[in-house]
Design a protein around this ligand. Structure first.
Ligand SMILES: Cc1cc2nc3c(=O)[nH]c(=O)nc-3n(C[C@H](O)[C@H](O)[C@H](O)COP(=O)(O)O)c2cc1C
Length: 161
């Protein structure tokens, strides 16, 4: 065991890491957005809840302040290219829903889009938010859950292929 910088030790321990995306809504401009996420986790069994950690400067952070719902999507291998774009470009500059392989249909809860080609989608209502350094943790209660047994979830390593 050796002492090293926090960032080196985090790099060593981060994989395997599942990758997700959150669908959010800009209620002011009346449009949807997508953000790629590594920092998310299940936080409750009953009710089922997920937390997502969103950087303060993200457009999605602004969206979540005004519209208290998100869909947590688990993209499939066929969506890798879109996952990278949604994780490197801001919805302030592009319409991410115009990308290929992001076909969608309206959900049941707040009618946020459900990604048709994803492995799973969870429709969440934000119940709490907590500051965490330069990110905010939004905790959402799952209201509806969707999945496609023919698809699988992806990991960070899948983004390199
Ligand atoms: C693999 C990967 C994982 C990421 N995980 C997170 C995350 O957990 N939280 C976060 O705030 N940003 C994360 N990002 C960065 C955002 O996805 C990125 O800044 C995005 O462009 C923000 O979009 P927006 O401005 O439309 O909200 C991740 C990016 C990648 C490529």
């Amino acid at each position: 065991m050796i002492l090293d910088s926090t960032n080196n030790v985090i790099s060593y321990t981060k994989n395997p890491a599942k990758i997700a995306m959150a669908v959010v809504r800009d209620a002011i401009r009346d449009r949807h957005n997508l953000i790629t996420l590594e920092w998310f986790m299940r936080t409750s069994i009953e009710p089922a809840m997920f937390a997502i950690s969103i950087g303060h400067n993200r457009y999605s952070h602004e969206c979540l302040q005004n519209f208290r719902y998100f869909n947590l999507c688990f993209p499939s291998p066929e969506q890798v290219k879109e996952v990278i774009i949604c994780g490197t470009r801001s919805g302030r500059d592009i319409d991410k829903f115009a990308l290929e392989n992001l076909t969608h249909f309206p959900g049941k809860l707040a009618k946020l889009p459900i990604l048709r080609n994803a492995a799973a989608n969870f429709e969440c209502l934000v119940t709490t938010q907590v500051g965490s350094g330069d990110h905010t943790i939004f905790v959402g209660e799952v209201k509806y859950a969707w999945f496609d047994r023919t698809q699988r979830v992806i990991c960070y390593e899948d983004l390199k292929t």
